[in-house]
Design a protein around this ligand. Structure first.
Ligand SMILES: [Mg+2]
Length: 252
């Protein structure tokens, strides 16, 4: 009998707890599967938002005297969930201008071209490669949609060095832009089950999705990236392990 695994929530290096789970699953003849969300999990979207803001300021700088200076003072780390609040909190409160930004942002954020701006989260490339090399199937699961983001997403993953063209990798995006993210993740759970493998871990930034994966795969480890969330996030379940990023050995 093997010892029960220690609780990664109390570990100083909680990300490493996934590796023995991968080994154990392989030893028992079950395909180990690790689920990774993309936006605000493997990738930081700050650079994508910042590019959009800078382009907006170039076009609309004449409409608001402070816009150019405010945008010039911002870095990728200043981007939160919402670029409009980011400007509004810095004194750009012109409702018509913010409305124009909303439309400008919407036309660009969900596109193949702009997703190439995203930077991988610290440690993410090494961590996903480590899981893959250990024998896990990598399942990229994202609410990005097919029909506008799929080629950019694959290019971003491969440009940045995430495992992709080596087998034992799957990618599952939303079939259409309009499908609700949550309904899509429910549907994805059915697809993941169809491999007849064993989900050993999941990584998400939205507590609601992490809770959903915990309910679907209760024996796996579930991690929540403490980055940004949509407004009014659910409370994460006690079992969920909160980490700042993918750097192994990073203390919290
Ligand atoms: Mg996300």
């Amino acid at each position: 009998m093997s010892q029960p695994p220690s609780d990664p929530r109390s570990s100083r290096d909680p990300l490493r707890a996934v590796f023995p789970r991968i080994e154990e699953s392989l030893a028992e003849g079950a395909l180990p599967i690790v689920l990774f969300d993309l936006d605000s999990t493997l990738f930081e979207t700050g650079s994508r938002n910042l590019r959009i803001l800078r382009e907006f300021a170039e076009v609309h700088g004449g409409d608001h005297p402070a816009l150019g200076d405010v945008v010039a003072s911002l870095g990728a780390d200043d981007m939160g969930w919402n670029v409009h609040e980011c400007l509004a909190s810095r004194g750009v409160t012109d409702a018509a201008l913010l409305e124009a930004l909303k439309a400008f942002w919407f036309e660009r954020f969900f596109t193949n071209d702009y997703v190439l701006e995203d930077e991988p989260a610290p440690g993410a490339v090494d961590y996903v490669n480590h899981c893959h090399q250990a024998g896990a199937m990598i399942y990229y699961l994202s609410g990005r949609h097919v029909g506008g983001m799929e080629t950019g997403t694959v290019q971003a993953l491969t440009n940045r060095g995430f495992p992709f063209w080596r087998g034992r990798c799957a990618i599952h995006l939303k079939p259409s832009f309009d499908m609700a993210d949550r309904a899509f993740k429910d549907e994805a759970v059915a697809d993941i089950r169809s491999y007849k493998g064993r989900v050993v871990a999941s990584f998400e930034n939205e507590p609601g999705n992490a809770n959903l994966f915990l309910r679907a795969f209760p024996s796996a480890l579930h991690y929540l990236l403490d980055t940004v969330t949509a407004p009014e996030p659910e409370t994460p379940a006690d079992e969920i392990v909160v980490v700042p990023d993918f750097r192994m050995g990073a203390s919290r």
